[in-house]
Design a protein around this ligand. Structure first.
Ligand code: GLU
Length: 482
């Protein structure tokens, strides 16, 4: 195969959508696998809707996902001369013509046709203008666009995913290449740039299939080699309708900011329309890169399953070394105003143990932050349901906890085995079930009904911290019983 050159060409009219990110990722995998070149091109010719802020957000999203590019970012708005040059070529070859029709009139005609249930296509009025008519329009400085003259015939596209797709050009109108303000349309910009950037494979979403025949016609008219096309299946919501905000967040940055890990997101995006050919779900970036191929991309739409993403995220949190999780937890605790610098210094080893203890049950980074909080501060909430179920329903609990406190206080070693023995003996002495005491202690120490094994929790919490939290629990119980 010749050198592979692919591109990701987002329009900065919105944030980096998960669909766009998936397209970028598949292009990146494809290039990286064969040592090809991955180009980033910003299609910002819709000046009204494009913004620099969105460009930043898109670049930020790509960087977060670890998608790097070899060339670019190129900005179409800085390449206008090039599009004009190609347009002149098409005009000179008779493959395009000036159109002086007023957009308002065309719009009206179109609306009427739609109302009457008729298909509407530009009627080529300006293609038939005489030299005199053209001259007079030019003299009058009438505003004009450039339209492509669509030749009659069939176009056969060999898509790498969908296989053969046939189009009849009679369904394609003479589309605009250059707008009256001199800006290129998407078709002209994309084709010129794909030619200039020597793109070998155009890998993009299925929604671009209807655009492809127009673009193939442009390549043919310019006498250029048509690249290979691979159209990726659409991403749907759980109701099998096209993914939109109704189904939850669609912006990559949302996931970055809400405690998802980049590796989990990459793994999840990779599975949107691609599979390794077996039922593997959890795959590292390295494995994905090894396994990825366009042959593994399916034709049928894929479903964006939030539950699966959360599950993957929990797996990645679990797999991630504590030292790498620490900065993320720190950031969250800082936001809560609960960060203590000693957690990075003299108490770092201890804090890493805390993270190790709580990470197994965390789906998102904020879960990890919330579960670490009771280790650092006394200001953590008690879950109201847990309070009802495990605290207030037990008569005389305050005295039991006092007893436990006393006994724990006497322990010389606060290791798991010793605290377990101590708690069980206390329960026996008080003639209550150990389970009741365990549940109440867990709620007291973490605010929650579920969490890590209680004895492990106590050991990591340590004597001092445990006693202070049990003290807080007793105060809470006494004030609730008053
Ligand atoms: N700017 C287009 C988009 O964001 C690019 C389409 C293409 O890849 O050709 O959908």
């Amino acid at each position: 195969m010749d050198e592979v050159r692919v591109r990701f060409a987002p329009s900065p009219t919105g944030e980096l959508h998960v669909g766009g990110a998936r397209t970028a990722l598949f292009n990146w995998f494809f290039a990286r696998k064969v040592g090809g070149t991955f180009i980033l091109r910003i299609e910002d010719t819709d000046v009204q809707r494009s913004s620099e802020e969105m460009v930043r957000v898109i670049l930020d999203g790509l960087s977060w996902l670890g998608i790097d590019w070899d060339e670019g970012p190129y900005f179409q708005s800085k390449r206008l001369d090039l599009y004009h040059q190609y347009c002149r070529q098409l005009l000179a070859r008779g493959a395009a013509y000036y159109c002086y029709c007023l957009p308002e009139r065309l719009q009206k005609e179109k609306e009427i046709a739609i109302k009457e249930g008729r298909a509407w296509k530009y009627d080529r009025r300006c293609c038939r203008l005489s030299q005199e008519e053209i001259l007079s329009k030019e003299m009058a400085k009438s505003s004009r666009t450039v339209r492509f003259l669509v030749p009659a015939g069939k176009i056969v596209m060999e898509d790498l995913i969908h296989k053969t797709i046939e189009f009849d050009t009679q369904n394609i109108e003479d589309f605009v290449l250059l707008r009256s303000d001199g800006l290129p349309t998407y078709h002209l910009g994309a084709v010129v740039d794909d030619i200039e950037m020597q793109i070998t494979h155009v890998i993009r979403g299925d929604d671009h299939i209807p655009n492809t025949p127009k673009q193939i016609l442009l390549y043919n008219a310019l006498g250029k080699k048509v690249p290979l096309f691979a159209h990726l299946p659409l991403i749907m919501g759980s109701d099998r309708k096209r993914l939109s905000k109704r189904h939850g967040a669609t912006s990559v940055i949302y996931y970055k900011e809400h405690g998802y890990l980049s590796d989990a997101m990459v793994n999840f995006l990779a599975l949107l329309g691609w599979s390794p050919g077996d039922d593997r779900t959890l795959m590292s970036r390295k494995e994905l890169l090894e396994l990825f191929s366009l042959e593994g991309v399916s034709k049928s739409n894929s479903i964006f399953d939030h539950k699966k993403l959360e599950w993957l995220n929990s797996q990645y949190i679990n797999l991630k070394p504590e030292v790498e999780l620490l900065p993320l937890v720190k950031e969250g605790l800082q936001k809560e105003g609960c960060w203590q610098p000693s957690m990075e210094r003299e108490e770092r080893d201890w804090f890493l143990k805390v993270i190790q203890l709580v990470k197994t049950r965390s789906r998102l980074i904020p879960d990890l932050v919330a579960s670490s909080l009771p280790f650092l501060s006394l200001d953590y909430p008690y879950d109201p349901e847990a309070v009802q179920k495990h605290l207030l329903s037990i008569e005389g609990l305050s005295a039991y906890i006092r007893k436990l406190q006393e006994r724990l206080n006497k322990l010389e070693s606060f290791d798991q085995a010793s605290v377990e023995q101590c708690l069980r003996e206390t329960a026996e002495e008080l003639s209550i079930s150990a389970a009741k005491l365990i549940h109440a202690t867990r709620v007291g120490l973490t605010g929650k009904a579920v969490g890590p094994g209680i004895f492990e929790l106590l050991e990591v919490m340590g004597k001092e911290r445990t006693l202070r939290r049990l003290e807080r629990l007793v105060e809470f119980l006494d004030s609730s019983n008053r």
